[in-house]
Design a binder for this molecule. Structure first.
Ligand SMILES: Cc1cc2nc3c(=O)[nH]c(=O)nc-3n(C[C@H](O)[C@H](O)[C@H](O)COP(=O)(O)OP(=O)(O)OC[C@H]3O[C@@H](n4cnc5c(N)ncnc54)[C@H](O)[C@@H]3O)c2cc1C
Length: 489
């Protein structure tokens, strides 16, 4: 088979890749999108209530961390979407732009054009919020929450938090009902909203193939290569844009000899600076089963708060599920609810590498969870806040809520710290592994060009210098919008 040709190749049809492809096609470019996963209708993807069924399914890359020293040696599951739609196809659909300070910080690190003032219009293009007009995505904010969610929000207020009607507005602080990317009771991914309308109208989608390396001629990237049933196929383009996600993009660079001591390009930062957010379950039983609405996720409310009052930006973001999310070793009745104590401004960071430093090596993911003691303390504060909310009368009297976990396991400070180490799990927000900047550890510049390689950009959650304050889908989509502007500008 002869090589395929396009103006631009986009690797990965996930949150950001779908946006890049759409904008380039709209501008008249031919775009080839290469995606490891399938392109087909999956009822469990469409139904917002069935997210958990997708984990460990064929649509999940099913990454596992190396044993986490500060989390009792556990190997944590990191689900990631392997399907057209990417991780947006198996996420909780929560729409959070992040804190304006996140982007001003990115700019202050030497990334002109990424301040809140600069990126806000890019969010508006995607979500339309505050503009009075539509965006590319529908943001569902006006829904009837499940009764237990209303009680959790009441309980948080009884515990002293303000009600915040719009955490994407002036301030994040307080307890809020969530905003979701849902249309007509169905999950709305960027693959559906951005990519599908331009398939065969400028965009050629090649699903079910995993790019195994980039084609380099000297310092120029000229295309990509994949293997289809033992047959090597290639595609060539003027520009290649990696949108393979915070794990996939650095892995592809490393497999192509671009990394620390790489055969092709020495770029020490590739795979470093892996950041993530973290959750710890706080679970209660109830005296009756909470009803769960169809067409909505089981999490519908969350809060932003500070583990220490002097912090300038909230560092905690617990989210609330109307079901008990037991770990395998836990026991309890089938009905209840979970307040997932969440940390969203972590100090710990880790990395991704290939075993033996070889391009063929196994992917080793080490987020080094809780390696900074400050994260342990912040998560303990998040658990205590959730316990306080759980004990408030709206839940205690309204639902007969009885704390099961951590319960007596956290009777002492050391007991609580042990519980955090035993249960901490990902909030699914890996970022930072191809960070943007101009220092020695930076992988891309502020125009998202890979340092030292022509014709190659990265545009996904991996370019974040620091992970944003809140869920990372909206920021990844904003990065896709920005990348398209930079390519077209
Ligand atoms: C379970 C879960 C729940 C989450 N919940 C939320 C939430 O509610 N709200 C929120 O804001 N964020 C959430 N997130 C995070 C959010 O979904 C991600 O941050 C976002 O989707 C990242 O977008 P991306 O474009 O960087 O990568 P992705 O969307 O993951 O896209 C990467 C794409 O590249 C493909 N790919 C990778 N390697 C290759 C290769 N070698 N060849 C070809 N294709 C390749 C992948 O298959 C994938 O389709 C969640 C994530 C998960 C996993």
């Amino acid at each position: 088979m002869s090589d395929q040709q396009a103006d631009v190749i986009v690797v990965g049809a996930g949150s950001a890749g779908s946006v890049v492809a759409r904008r380039l096609a709209d501008a008249g470019h031919s775009v080839l999108v290469v995606e490891a996963g399938p392109y087909r209708d999956v009822p469990a993807v469409d139904d917002p209530a069935r997210m958990h069924e997708l984990w460990n399914s064929p649509l999940d890359w099913g990454f596992r961390t190396v044993p986490q020293e500060r989390a009792q040696g556990r190997e944590l599951h990191l689900p990631r979407g392997r399907v057209v739609g990417g991780s947006h196809a198996l996420n909780a659909m929560i729409w959070v732009r992040g804190n304006p300070a996140d982007y001003d910080h990115w700019e202050s690190l030497g990334n002109p054009g990424w301040s809140w003032r600069d990126v806000r219009p890019l969010f508006e293009r995607a979500d339309g919020l505050g503009t009075g007009g539509p965006g590319m995505l529908d943001i569902l904010a006006d829904f009837t929450p499940d009764p237990v969610q209303c009680s959790i929000v009441d309980a948080a207020q009884q515990a002293g938090l303000p009600l915040n009607p719009d955490y994407n507005g002036d301030t994040q602080d307080g307890v809020s009902f969530m905003q979701f990317t849902i249309r007509d009771h169905q999950r709305l991914t960027t693959a559906r909203a951005y990519l599908a309308p331009v398939l065969e109208r400028g965009v050629t989608l090649v699903p079910d193939v995993q790019v195994r390396r980039l084609l380099l001629e000297g310092n120029r990237c000229v295309g990509v290569e994949w293997d289809r049933g033992g047959v090597v196929e290639r595609a060539r383009a003027e520009q290649v844009v990696l949108c393979a996600g915070a794990i996939g993009s650095p892995v592809l660079l490393l497999r192509s000899g671009i990394g620390d001591g790489g055969d092709a390009v020495h770029l020490p930062g590739v795979g470093r600076n892996l950041q993530d957010h973290w959750l710890v379950p706080v679970i209660a039983s109830t005296d009756r089963p909470p009803t769960l609405s169809r067409g909505l996720p089981h999490t519908q409310s969350h809060l932003f708060w500070r583990s220490r009052p002097e912090l300038a930006v909230p560092d905690l973001q617990p989210l609330h599920f109307g079901v008990p999310l037991y770990e395998p070793w836990m026991e309890g009745p089938p009905h209840g609810f979970s307040l997932m104590a969440g940390l969203v401004r972590p100090e710990s960071a880790g990395g991704i590498r290939l075993s033996g430093g070889s391009a063929e090596g196994e992917v080793l993911i080490d987020p080094r969870v809780l390696s900074d003691e400050a994260d342990l303390e912040a998560l303990c504060a998040a658990v205590r806040l959730c316990q306080e909310i759980m004990a408030a009368s709206a839940l205690r009297d309204g639902w007969g809520a009885r704390e099961l976990y951590p319960g007596p396991l956290a009777a002492t400070g050391e007991g609580l710290r042990d519980y955090v180490r035993r249960t901490v799990l990902t909030y699914h927000h890996q970022a930072g592994t191809c960070k943007m900047g101009s220092d020695d550890a930076a992988v891309v510049d502020a125009r998202l060009r890979v340092h030292g390689v022509d014709g190659l950009r990265v545009a996904d959650a991996s370019i974040m210098p620091t992970v944003t304050t809140g869920n990372t889908n909206a920021p990844a989509i904003m990065i896709g919008e920005k990348a398209a502007d930079l390519l077209l500008g």
